[in-house]
Ligand binder design. Structure first.
Ligand code: HEC
Length: 247
């Protein structure tokens, strides 16, 4: 085989490669070598990334939104936490000391808001489903320090690591909410573990431990006055003058 013949073959292959990139579809890029090098797949919010390229798909990430954590202060409008009454930003600010000790995420502070929070009323009624859910949350997030009955004798306290006071749960409900939200002393903030609704549910459970009257779920659809007729006014939770449906 002489050298000219080899040149012809090489030139022929090169021409085939070059012209095979020409395709009839004017929207096509033709054949590309390593296309990722030309165009990186742009990350866009809310795109179904199951389909990475028309010819290559990754089903494990199909239907996965690329948008992950929403920005701070975002209010959910769908899903289990959609209830706007519980999703609005907490109106009380952490104290200046808390911002330092607990890295509370706020640029503003108020050294009066803890005291003021004593006036905040639990917006949720003591329905058994709320109390029951509160109990589950308490068992998961609080029991190990505060103990099963809230006497400050959880397993961590038994080991002498962190010992909560035995009267922690005698505080006003609003103050409990404040401390669960921002933390207090050796107790960290539980705002990332419990949404606002769940914090109030835990407080309802805490109230039920010390004798707060639990209302049967069956009474949810009744008018407020009728519920008061049935359970009396002995409840430690102040009932607000509106219908109970939806809470
Ligand atoms: C790591 C242990 C620990 C965990 C977990 C914990 N706490 Fe506490 N808690 C404490 C300590 C310690 C205090 C006392 C803080 C102080 O007054 O310095 C306290 C105080 C409190 C108080 C009284 C706050 C006040 O204003 O005086 C409440 C209410 C409370 N905790 C509720 C809870 C709830 C509800 C949970 C679960 C969601 C929880 N804690 C989880 C350790 C813990």
């Amino acid at each position: 085989m002489n050298i000219n013949y080899i040149h012809k073959i090489v030139a022929g292959i090169a021409l085939t490669v070059v012209f095979s990139s020409c395709v009839k579809n004017e929207n096509s890029f033709g054949y590309e070598y390593m296309p990722d090098m030309y165009r990186s797949p742009a990350q866009e919010a809310y795109v179904d990334y199951g389909e990475v390229r028309s010819w290559k798909s990754n089903d494990s990430i199909k239907n996965t939104q690329s948008a992950k954590l929403p920005p701070m202060g975002t209010i959910p409008f769908q899903g289990v936490n959609a209830d706007p009454a519980y999703s609005m930003p907490y109106k009380r600010l952490p104290s200046k000391a808390m911002i330092v000790s607990h890295s509370a995420m706020s640029l503003e502070y108020s050294d009066e808001d803890y005291d003021a929070s004593a006036l905040d009323v639990n917006p949720m009624r003591m329905f058994e489903s709320n109390v029951e859910h509160g109990k589950q949350l308490y068992t998961t997030f609080c029991d190990h320090c505060h103990g099963e009955k809230g006497a400050g004798d959880g397993i961590i306290a038994e080991k002498g690591l962190i010992v909560p006071p035995s009267n922690a749960f005698t505080k006003a409900e609003g103050q409990m909410f404040y401390s669960i939200t921002y933390g207090k002393g050796d107790m960290g903030s539980h705002a990332s573990q419990l949404n606002q609704k769940e914090r109030w549910q835990v407080i309802s459970y805490i109230k039920s431990m010390s004798g707060g009257v639990v209302i049967p779920d069956a009474l949810k659809t009744l008018e407020m006055e009728k519920v008061t007729d049935i359970i009396g006014t002995g409840s430690t939770v102040e009932l607000l003058p509106e219908t109970l449906a939806g809470h």
